[in-house]
Design a protein around this ligand. Sequence first.
Ligand code: 4AZ
Length: 841
Amino acid sequence: MHSARYEYDSRNGNHERIDFLTSKEKVPSKRKVGILIGVLVALLILAAVAAFLVWLFVFKDADSETSLSKQLSPSVRVFSGQMKLVDIPYDQNLEDTDSNAFEDLAVNLQAILEESYKKDPLLAKYYTTSVVTAFSEGVTAYYWSQFDIPVENLEIVPRFSEERVLQTLENSIKEQRSVLNHKNIKISKITASATDSRMARNPRANECFYRLEAEETVKTFSSPGYPTGYPPTSRCQWQIRASQDNAISVSFPFFHIEDDCHDDFVFIYDSLSPDDSQAITEKCGQRPPSNPLEVVSSGNIMLINLITDSDVQRPGFEAKYSSIPISKGKTCGGVLSESKGVFTSPLHPSFYPPSVDCKWTIKVSTEMKVRVKFTMFRMKEPGVDTRVCHKDYVEIAGTKYCGEMSSLALTSDTNSLDVSFHSDKSYTDKGFRAEYSAYDPADPCPNRFACNSGICIAKELKCDGWNDCGDMSDELKCQCEKDQFSCGNGLCKPRLWVCDRNNDCGDGSDEKQCSCEENEWRCGNGVCLPQEVVCDSKKDCEDGSDEASCKTSPGICSDFSFKCKNKECVNKVNAECDRVDDCSDSSDEASCDCGTRPYKLNRIVGGQNAELGEWPWQVSLHFQTNGHVCGASIISDRWLLSASHCFVTSDLANRVASNWQTYSGMQDQYKQDGVQLRLLKRIISHPDYNQMTFDYDIALLELSAPLEFTNTIQPICLPASSHVFPAGMSCWVTGWGVLREGGRKAQLLQKASVKIINDTVCNMVTEGQVTSRMLCSGFLAGGVDACQGDSGGPLVCFEESGKWFQAGIVSWGEGCARRNKPGVYSRVTKLREWIRKETGI
Ligand code: 4AZ
């Protein structure tokens, strides 16, 4: 650095004079400089204060206005559709976007579109461009048009309606037909739908744009970057064509796109333009191999779009495509005259094609009637009122059915029944599978009870307090038995459920005449306490029910508080992993990578076979060469949770870790795909496990090598010891245990929905054999339960947070699925601290 002024005069190239100050000159100026600096600093401060005040009162508001307008962005409105051209011979070259034929016709049509928009002042003002993207036989041209509305005119966006655009185009076509038009091009029909601007692509730009020819032999294509991951801002399009009289079938054996459809999605059209009125489906998320996406077009064209906008990279998809005769997707219906059989929507379980109508006439012998039961029914379409079903539907006896239905069974009035199926031009789905049978009206359900809905159920299920028919007909006109309560609405419910604070009758009558006064609280065990005991952060009821559902009592620690890592207490029900930071150190939201299933699953009606990936924490424990013996659950990549009674038996070999094999990711005992075998390093049985009473029936299994989490292998969330699983909550138990008492073990993983049973009731029905380390779950009516071989497996409950938590471990019960003998489970919340102590989890 120089200590003198040194400047260069660029004009004359001479150096200016350099003055070195002598030390003598410097001394007297020191005070002067000091004063000068002081004055300067004071002035600067004054100026800064003034500037701040001026900004505060004059510019600040204006400034925030400009920053607001900065947040707004111009609106891009895109409409797409197709036009039918008259008197133009179809030239194969039109399929090639680089050909002159394509270019000529496209340019002319684009000009016609532009001229049409000019006839509407609003559209004319903001019109930017039109692009013809394809032609197909007919001749049909596919196009999109774009309008850009600047920030200052955003208020007019709502006026850019589909109707306005379509009306303008239709009027213009009419006029042109009567007068002369561009190069004698006649347009007979035009459509226009509002379209996501991300799907408006120029095929000549060629970037991630593919033209495919579907043939009889199956070919494949995949998303960019598959399987490593697609780029974060992909705008890809696949135009698929097949020869005349053929339709296009596309299936996705692998499909894994981001879960949030706003960011990333695949949109499939029964057209060559992204025209919503001809959408087949929009999908995102991940699909298991058992539920692949399979779509079929109605004609010989299809458009597939992949739009990605999220930073989270997913593998993408692999697709197989081929042509199938159009008739294949439309052959359906006919006369069914066997005494029983099955029929399905076209191409089921693939999506049915758009624009199909079928009618089945089921005809059985004259003295019989027809029963139809849908074992799967899914005809969902966005924006459809399922009471009206104005789009796709199944029609039986004048009633239309659509949407997703878990149970649909119908009977005929005569020996014949017509079933019609209709799919319109847009959105298709998996359709249905139906079983029909002939029945004798004099004895519709031999040795069984006939529901009004037409189905037959076991006689014992009549008047048992449960809606087994699905239409309540098995619970009406019941003579309640001695051990049953007669509800106001005519239902019978077990007496034990009266005053258990669950509205079991449905009309509240079982909870009405409970003995507590109005200003009193009734504990789960029937004891009445003053209302003030509720949420006072003290456990007043024996079962803690007075504190179980309190929102907050800040700072106070009780047995019902969630304890943060920093020892803070949160008095909120089930605070852990609910996506809200309740602890100041966020420890309630730490370790929450659990309890989710990556696969989007099929929902098949009825049947208790679990699907692959439905219970990804379920483990099968095999002992020596005996095959499956017990269940377990994954709680981390190194630890499994199971029941002590699987290991602590009279046979000491059961306690030896090396005698066991653990299979994770399994669904079918005979299939090894995606299954991870791990041996055990250590078995830790609870030291207080009691072989007589099954108290503390819990064991931790340390794996010899860590698991690799996949779509079918995931840990379950362990509840905090303060977690509440209220009585009446529906949870699920899973396992390969025997299908009935003394029966065979299951080959496929089974699932059963069971309800958490009130502790008092649990204690009564087990004659006092349950300890506080146990809970009951199931149905007092019987029929659904865990059984031998399910032991050690998990009882899991889905929480509002969107995660699954393990409430219990299958432990014991008197027989299986017996009336008034629910399953007994080890209560995980009570054993939570022991798990933490042993594993650090
Ligand atoms: C068992 O033997 C067993 N009904 C497991 C569960 C139940 C009964 C028996 C519950 O492993």
